[in-house]
Each structure stands twice: as structure tokens, then as C-alpha cells.
Design a protein around this ligand. Structure first.
Ligand code: APR
Length: 281
């Protein structure tokens, strides 16, 4: 990893006035104790069968067995609710403070930790939704409702009480509410996930940091394609090789960093601080 070359590319990106974007996945929150999706803890057990997120996190499964899907989400929601942002999240807040409108945070994480850390709502794009919200599973309206109060923390396998089931009904039509997340059998859209806005950001990105994501979903892949089409720099920070690795290796403006996201982000903050005085941009 050539840090000198990256330092120069950061300078050039800042001077360009284009976006410096951060495309984030579950790896960023791993150090806050939230299991990644494709790591060993991502599965869900119903009876004696293990389901992968790709099977349980679907609209199809929600229609077949909304209670089981909610049990999985309430278990994940409990972990997220009790988790605290780590140094990587806090570094992203510092970076936003340095870059202001040049900063864009495109996150696949629904865990709420960017908000807890202090990133602004305006510059954070929740492309896979946000567990702090629910909406009607029947789409009677497109309203987002805050996650209902009065649902207790859930461990794996905990049941949902009758009282809690009532809280998980749409206040408008009485059908099941659903978590405000993009499921595996659904497609991105502008209304809920800012799909077109995020594509436009990609086209205006001078430098992209990919952080803790395996690149298994559509939008991150397209984002990287678009940034490279416009010749932007791309830095891939992941513990493991992933779907981007081969491409980054062959890309002349690509960087591979195989280290924990928090450690690398702290280093990037330090580099940026040398170049920018806070409040002067
Ligand atoms: N620092 C950096 N990278 C890490 C760390 C860490 N501390 N821990 C894990 N990683 C990396 C892994 O090497 C892996 O590349 O994070 C990545 C996690 O990949 P996934 O589990 O596939 O998570 P993600 O890419 O966010 O999943 C994308 O798929 O399941 C859906 O909608 C869900 O948003 C999710 C999407």
C-alpha cells in the first residue's frame, strides 16, 4: 500500500471540489459487536434448519411467516440498539467535519451507528434502509414510522408477545408493519433508498473509500463501476479479499488495504487533518 500516493490523491480530490465518498458495509460495525452478514454468525435457525440472510431477509419469507422474520429482525435490532459506535464510525464523523459538502456516506448498514456517532442525515445515504424505522408491509402508504416503543430486547429464539404483535401493526390499515430495509428479493428505488441520488454522487466522486463490505449487492457494485468509469480513485479497506479485489488490483487508481476499518480510518483522518483546517472549507 503506497500511502504517499494516496496522500497525493486525497489532495487532488479535495482540490477538485468533487465528492470524496465512503461506501460502507457490515465490516465497519463488526468492531461494535454486530455480526457481519457473510461471516459465521449471520445465519438464523428455525426449528432444526439454518437459514442464511438471503433466505430469511426476503419479502417472500415475510409473506409466508412474518412472525419469524420479525423475530430475526428484533434479535438483530436488539444487538444494534445496544451497540456503540467504534473508532471507525467516529473517524467518519471527523472526516465529515473536515470535508463538509464534499463528503458523502453511502451506507449499507441499517444499525443506526452513524447517527449515534454523529454523522449528519443530509450527507448519509441509507441505501439498504434503517432499522430505526418501520413501514406498512402492505404499502397502504409510503410513510415511515419510528420503530415502535414498548418492544423488549430479544435474544435468539425469544418469542414476540401478543402485546408486541399489536405494536407491529400498521397504524393506518392494521396490516403487519415491516422493518424499513431492502430485502434480498426487492430492488432499489429513489423513494426509500435514494437510488438515483446515490448514482449521481458516484458520477461526481473523485475518490472513493470502500469500507468493510464484500461487494455482494447491486448498488455498491454499480457505484464502483461508475466511479471508475469517471476515473476516480478507489481505496478498498477490508479484512478479506472480496468481489472488488480483482478489479482493484488491475485498476491504476486502485488501492488495497487489508486491515481493520477503524485503524485505517484513523490514519485517513490524520492525513486529511494535515491538509484541511476545520471550518476553513
Ligand atoms: N474491518 C474491515 N473490514 C472488515 C472488518 C473490520 N473490522 N470485519 C469484517 N470486515 C469485512 C469482511 O472482510 C467482509 O469483506 O467486511 C466485509 C463484510 O461483508 P458482508 O458480511 O458481506 O457485509 P456487507 O458487504 O455489508 O453486506 C452487504 O448484504 O446481507 C446484505 O443487506 C445486507 O447490507 C448487507 C449487504
Amino acid at each position: 500500500m503506497d500511502w504517499g500516493r494516496l496522500e497525493n490523491d486525497i489532495k487532488v480530490a479535495i482540490a477538485s471540489k468533487q465528492k470524496i465518498s465512503f461506501l460502507v458495509g457490515a465490516g465497519l460495525s463488526a468492531e461494535s459487536g454486530i455480526p457481519t452478514f457473510r461471516g459465521k454468525d449471520g445465519f438464523w435457525k428455525v426449528g432444526s434448519k439454518n437459514y442464511q440472510p438471503e433466505e430469511i431477509g426476503t419479502y417472500r419469507m415475510f409473506c409466508l411467516n412474518s412472525e419469524e422474520v420479525w423475530k430475526w429482525f428484533l434479535f438483530r435490532k436488539t444487538i444494534c440498539k445496544n451497540a456503540q459506535p467504534n473508532e471507525g464510525h467516529l473517524a467518519l464523523v471527523e472526516i465529515e467535519g473536515l470535508l463538509n459538502d464534499q463528503f458523502a456516506l453511502i451506507t449499507q448498514n441499517v444499525d443506526g451507528l452513524h447517527k449515534k456517532a454523529g454523522n449528519s442525515l443530509e450527507r448519509t445515504y441509507y441505501v439498504h434502509g434503517d432499522l430505526d424505522f418501520v413501514r406498512c408491509g402492505d404499502e397502504c402508504t409510503s410513510n415511515l414510522y419510528p420503530f415502535p416503543q414498548g418492544i423488549s430486547d430479544k435474544k435468539r429464539g425469544d418469542r414476540i408477545t401478543e402485546q408486541e404483535q399489536k405494536l407491529l401493526k400498521c397504524p393506518n390499515c392494521g396490516e403487519d408493519l415491516r422493518p424499513h430495509v431492502l430485502w434480498f428479493d426487492e430492488t432499489y428505488n429513489e423513494k426509500y433508498y435514494k437510488f438515483q441520488t446515490v448514482r449521481d454522487i458516484a458520477d461526481n466522486t473523485a475518490l472513493l473509500f470502500i469500507i468493510g463490505t464484500s461487494g455482494a449487492t447491486y448498488l455498491p457494485t454499480e457505484f464502483v463501476d461508475r466511479v471508475s468509469f469517471f476515473n476516480g480513485g478507489i481505496v478498498d479497506i477490508n479484512l478479506d479479499d472480496n468481489n472488488f479485489t480483482e478489479f482493484i488490483k488491475s485498476y491504476d487508481k486502485g488501492y488495497l488495504v487489508r486491515d481493520s476499518s477503524s485503524q485505517v480510518l484513523l490514519k485517513i483522518v490524520e492525513l486529511m487533518k494535515k491538509m484541511i483546517t476545520p471550518g476553513k472549507k
